[in-house]
Design a protein around this ligand. Structure first.
Ligand code: GRF
Length: 199
């Protein structure tokens, strides 16, 4: 049997973790271990009560919490986060609803192997409240972008995008739900393409 170099994936979350769950299911159902030597090595949260941690544990995935409130500065938090991430020897660091601004040093450390999903059609609407901003702007279409992480917030090479219509009676919540459905399709797909390329 040929040996495939291991491709460990570390996923960072802050909340529900539905994108993380979509990636975990894609890995399980798509045989990523066999095809790409890939496994979800850990799910790490900055919040101990992040619901996604329960899902990860139920799927036999190692979890860790690095609580940002326990650190005096972003640099100290990021240093500890990097220490924990590196313990899982990551080929890919996947940000999935991880709601922290990252320091330049942290971004540099994982440059080329860290990806993010942002719920807008970048370069439109980087930052927070994307759905309300798209509605307020009168956008007829909204969407989601998977991109590599670089020092500039919500920038970096686009790996995939999906588009949804903005409907006349949309609220931020209804639009977010429509976009999230697409997130769950394109994020696993983008990660799988990186794994196939890195095999
Ligand atoms: C998603 O909309 C993601 O794009 C954004 O935060 C949300 C997280 O959702 N960055 P979940 O935690 O993956 O359910």
């Amino acid at each position: 049997m040929s040996q495939i170099a291991p491709q460990n994936i570390v996923i960072l979350i802050s909340g529900g973790g539905s994108n993380m769950a979509a990636i975990v299911k894609a890995a399980e159902q798509g045989g990523w271990q066999e095809k790409y030597g890939a496994r979800i090595a850990a799910v790490i949260s900055n919040k101990a009560d992040a619901k996604g941690l329960v899902f990860a544990r139920e799927h036999g995935i190692a979890t860790a919490v690095v609580d940002h409130k326990a650190y005096a500065s972003r640099e100290e938090f990021d240093a500890e986060l990097a220490r924990v991430i590196d313990g899982f020897d990551p080929k890919l660091v996947v940000l999935a609803g991880f709601m922290r601004i990252l320091t330049p040093g942290f971004v540099d450390r994982y440059l080329g192997r860290m990806v993010n999903i942002h719920p807008s059609l970048l370069p439109a609407f980087p930052g927070l409240h994307t759905h309300q901003r798209a509605i307020d702007y009168g956008c007829k279409f909204a969407g989601v972008t998977v991109h590599r992480v670089t020092a500039e917030l919500d920038h970096g090479e686009f790996l995939d995008q999906a588009v949804v219509p903005v409907l006349p009676d949309d609220t931020a919540d209804s639009l977010a739900a429509r976009v999230l459905t697409q997130e769950h399709l394109i994020y696993p797909r983008a990660v799988e393409r990186l794994l196939a390329a890195g095999r």
